[in-house]
Design a protein around this ligand. Sequence first.
Ligand code: MSP
Length: 530
Amino acid sequence: MSLVDRCRRYATSVAPYYLTTPIYYVNDAPHVGTAYTTVNADALARWHRLLGDDVYFMTGTDEHGAKIVEAAEAHDTSPLEWTNRTSARFVEAWKRLDISNDDFIRTTEPRHHAVVQEFLQRIYDNGFIELGTYTGLYCVSCEDYYTADQLVDGRCPVHDRPVVEMQEDNYFFRLSAFEQRLLDYYESHLNFVRPTSKRNEALGFIRGGLNDVSITRTSFRWGVPVPWDDAHVFYVWYDALINYLTVASYGSDPQRFATLWGSAHHLIGKDILKFHCVWWPAMCMAAGIDPPQEIFVHGYLLMGGQKLGKTMIQSGVTGQGDEAQTLKITEVSPLALADEFGVDPLRYHLLREVPLGGDGDFSYEGIVARYNADLANNLGNLVSRVATVVHSKCNGVGPAPSPDSSLSASSAEVLRATSDAWARWAPHEALEATWRLIGATNAELEASEPWKMDPGPVVDTVLGNALEVLRIVAILISPAMPSTAAEIWRRIGVEGDPSAVRLPEAAGWGAYPGGVPVVKGDPLFPRRKG
Ligand code: MSP
């Protein structure tokens, strides 16, 4: 192979990037909390596509367990009918929010049952699953057992509902056998769990001592049957975690599995840290496969009992009423918010407002404030003032940028900062960096006031540079706001789709062609009153 061919091959070799969200329970409709995880994962997937990575991004629904049976009974229907109905709501919601998932798994699918049985049979054959008797205090909402001292006033500490005493003959996973192996694994894989605060939480849990966990149930049939004992179905968490393997073709396509599983990244919320950061790597070890490459644990959006207007609840998730109501985050529909603010502004808010990894407030007032400040006054204003002046001074034809603008250096710096932030799972910082470039360009226009100048080369240069910034900005915001990015390109006369380019090349200064028509349109983000 010639050197040129070798270089070409190197240049075109792509890195696999397998990204997962948790699979969501179908006892409820999609809410702002589940949308938060899904939008963040989607933006990250889109960013990695811009880098040229071979991204495989999945989400789905978790459809077994007592909680689903309860929800189906409450709605006077069968578990299967209920899961069909509710899973479809997730598919629709994510479509509406422009989620670019490559696969959507439902744990009731035959492909998943087959993988669960094969994987757990392997763990059983390896001697890490045993029969025993379990007595404990069970919360149906958590699908988890508690000890008496973990309860608050005798109730589940997470759901504030009564727990039930259960006794079952169960199969147990010998989690205790993995204490030291897990500690060693964490020691040798410093970025296995991020951020550090969550890694420390997981380590604290392991160091506190691991008990064996019960992994099967006999009290109901709504689950994956245990292949070596008909009387049992697997406990929902034990089936759910395995979804990540099902999508990666475990047991059916070894080559595809090796590629995807070797590059597996899980994004999860802090509520399910123990399952993902303790049980899951131990299960992988017990079955003889590597744990996933990385688990990023995000915090919680909190609403602190704020009053929300009826517009936020109009989609019917919570019932209606003209009066403001006090809602929990799990009662707020992301679709109602998308109707009210637009899909891209909602996505932007979910990515920008709260640093991923920490907890943060979510409020109606917060969305309005950020919408007005960042979208209406900053980005939207830049797009419309540039188009307006191109029409008044350049007959609606966008001029080319100059090679030596100070904005060229700013955009190079912003590209570096944006890339660095995405690599650290920090979408809020990535967007903050991009907004520095938008702010600098608005400031430059205000300083030079091209709208007061006579048409000519100076005006052309100022506007050409601003148009080039908009071309680059559209690429950089495309993971967060894909439709807005495409619309900006359309308005400034650039062909193609900003989500389909390759970085870093496409964001290099000077590619705005000039001599192309610029469209004046309605404001991208009309100001809101609040
Ligand atoms: N089915 C399990 C996950 C199995 S994964 C193998 C589950 N489902 S869930 O529907 O309850 O979704 C939990 C996830 O929703 C959290 O981990 C988090 O990603 C997201 N969120 C739920 N409420 C949230 C907030 N208030 N804030 C942010 N994210 C939240 O657990």
